[in-house]
Design a protein around this ligand. Structure first.
Ligand SMILES: C[S@@+](CC[C@H](N)C(=O)[O-])C[C@H]1O[C@@H](n2cnc3c(N)ncnc32)[C@H](O)[C@@H]1O
Length: 561
């Protein structure tokens, strides 16, 4: 500790401003404790008198390094265990806002994803508090269940609505520089405030007060004043129904830009969808992507746990649910995931979180007792485990994946699901494996890496991480993997190609191109396996989020003649 402190005070104190309440509040003991952790020194807010300057504005070059630093430190050394003794409690700041702001910051810097908070594991409440302490230099009172739900809602929503929120924040700033030079933490606080006012319709003056308080304590009084001014301007515009949003007019490009802002999506996606689906369906799709995601659970029959058993447990837990209309083992829920996690239903392998559309992909494979099956891109194993449970202890599933860590999840979960006697995991690049392997299976599933454009409602951050150019690269990979997977199909056997994309370039077009290269395969229409509303003209399975209110998925069933 000595070493770190003695090597760093110049950096720390040079960032201090004597007029800054934050600095004043930041007592020497706090200084020391934060300085113990190398990252925090860079991460705590600081203010130089020359205007906006902040240690949180990390250089692009350093972002990834520091983000991974976060998790590495957290999982291995846990310096915060030492910090807890000295970091002070700030009971005035609302915990869900402090946690949300820090989490949004980490997501922006590539150090976290948008996902549910748990009571344990990587995304545990304790971990989130550690990040708050290390980033803000104080901790808040503990998160209760309502706070946990709010963090999930606010973080997911602020990420989903980022383009829309930033457009409004920019419009309400005095000038463009105020926005472009804004400290990352301040931007997150504004996003939270805007989202709470515009989308969660929370009591507006409480939202203003709470976010101003957070900005003052976590940054400095000036930041609080800025938040106050901008949020109050927003309230006036909202009350007079005159939010500065673009009009959908002009040429296609201008319309796409306006829609992209109003519905918060990248422009390239809007342009692509309006071309393939038309304007109305594109708007429906974007609305679906922005809605609170619903989840499905699959009762795990390999544990002898039926859908009726699952329904009984959900009733006991008072989790509202609907029976799936499309797949036998599935139940749909909109809320209550925390209760399900806490009740241990997932940990004990009694059920899995799996979308019904993924269940229908397995229906297209039609796994039957005695089958030999290869799951070519298996991790983290959702479809592997469902297929294995369909085999009722007779047959084999070889689960291949290039990602060792994710494949370990398949292996571990297979044990918990009591199907480890029929599931074998193989760590390999499918392209190499298929060339040297003599394995020939009855059924081969290639659930290919894809853009994920069908699951944007569940993956709030994905829309911002995908670029148009990714599709080109993915198409080449999908072709190569299809060629490889086809080698593993025995004569008379079945190859199922699936994605969680709704883009024809990754779906129908890949299958058509494959059939041109492989005349030994032909399409087996899927109408025997899934309900008719999911069958395309070409005989493929397609779930359309805006039409079926499920994730978007595609599957083609190809038979080796
Ligand atoms: C869409 S995910 C599979 C999801 C999985 N089927 C499920 O239902 O849980 C695609 C997987 O392909 C794997 N992958 C990507 N390239 C691969 C390759 N060349 N060989 C084998 N696996 C690969 C990725 O690691 C990733 O786990």
């Amino acid at each position: 500790m000595e070493g770190i402190l003695s090597s760093t005070p110049r950096l720390f104190y040079s960032c201090m401003d004597s007029n800054d309440v934050y600095s004043k509040n930041f007592t020497h003991s706090k200084t020391q404790s934060v300085a113990e952790d190398g990252f925090s020194l860079r991460a705590v807010s600081s203010y130089r008198g020359n205007g906006i300057s902040h240690a949180l504005r990390l250089s692009k070059k350093n972002e990834r390094l520091e983000s991974s630093d976060f998790s590495k430190r957290n999982s291995n050394t846990r310096p915060i265990d030492r910090l807890k003794r000295t970091v002070t409690l700030n009971s005035e700041v609302s915990p869900h806002r402090a946690v949300s702001a820090v989490r949004l910051l980490r997501i922006d810097q590539g150090g976290a994803f948008v996902d549910l908070l748990n009571h344990n594991g990587n995304h545990s409440v304790d971990n989130e508090m550690d990040y708050v302490e290390r980033t803000l230099g104080f901790h808040t009172r503990a998160l209760d269940d309502r706070d946990i739900r709010l963090v999930t809602e606010v973080v997911g929503g602020a990420v989903r609505w980022r383009r829309y929120l930033d457009h409004l924040i920019l419009s309400l700033c005095r000038d463009e520089n105020t926005f472009s030079d804004m400290e990352p933490l301040l931007l997150q606080i504004l996003r939270i405030g805007f989202y709470e006012i515009l989308k969660l319709e929370m009591p507006p003056y409480a939202v203003v007060d709470e976010n101003v308080k957070l900005a003052k304590v976590a940054l400095r009084p000036g930041a609080g004043n800025l938040v106050n001014g901008i949020l109050r301007r927003l309230l006036r515009l909202k009350e007079s129904n005159s939010l500065p949003l673009p009009k959908v007019e002009g040429d296609d490009r201008a319309k796409a830009r306006a829609l992209a802002t109003i519905y918060s999506h990248p422009v390239w996606m809007v342009r692509r969808w309006t071309k393939h689906l038309g304007l109305e369906a594109t708007v429906k799709l974007m609305k679906w992507n922005n809605s609170e995601p619903s989840f499905s659970l699959r009762a795990n029959s390999s544990r002898g746990f039926t859908r009726n058993d699952l329904v009984e447990r959900l009733n006991l837990l008072k989790v509202p649910h609907d029976i799936s209309l499309h797949t036998d083992e599935f139940v749909r829920i909109k809320t209550g995931m925390q209760s399900i996690i806490q009740a241990g239903l997932l940990k004990d392998g009694l059920c899995s979180v799996q979308d019904e559309s993924a269940g229908m992909v397995v229906s297209v494979v039609n796994p039957l007792p005695g089958d030999t099956i290869v799951d070519c891109c298996a991790a983290p194993g959702g479809k592997t485990l469902f297929m294995a449970s369909c085999l009722k202890g007779q047959g084999t599933v070889s689960a291949i994946d290039i990602n060792k860590g994710r494949l370990r999840i398949v292996k571990d979960t297979a044990k918990i699901h009591h199907v480890d006697d029929i599931v074998t995991t193989i760590h390999a690049d499918l392209r190499d494996f298929a060339e040297r392997s003599f394995l020939r299976a009855d059924k081969v599933l290639l659930d290919a890496p894809c853009s994920g454009l069908g699951v944007l409602s569940k993956r709030a951050d994905l829309r911002w991480n995908r670029r148009w150019e990714d599709l080109e690269q993915l198409k080449n990979l999908q072709d190569e993997l299809l060629d490889a997977a086809s080698l593993l199909v025995k004569p008379g056997g079945v190859l199922v190609y699936s994605t969680c994309s709704i883009d024809p370039a990754e779906n129908e077009e890949r299958v058509v191109a494959f059939l041109l290269r492989h005349q030994e395969f032909s399409v087996d229409p899927v109408n025997r396996y899934v309900p008719p509303e999911f069958v395309t003209e070409g005989g493929f399975f397609l779930s359309n989020p805006a039409k079926h209110f499920l994730d978007g998925s595609f599957a083609a069933r190809l038979v080796r003649t």
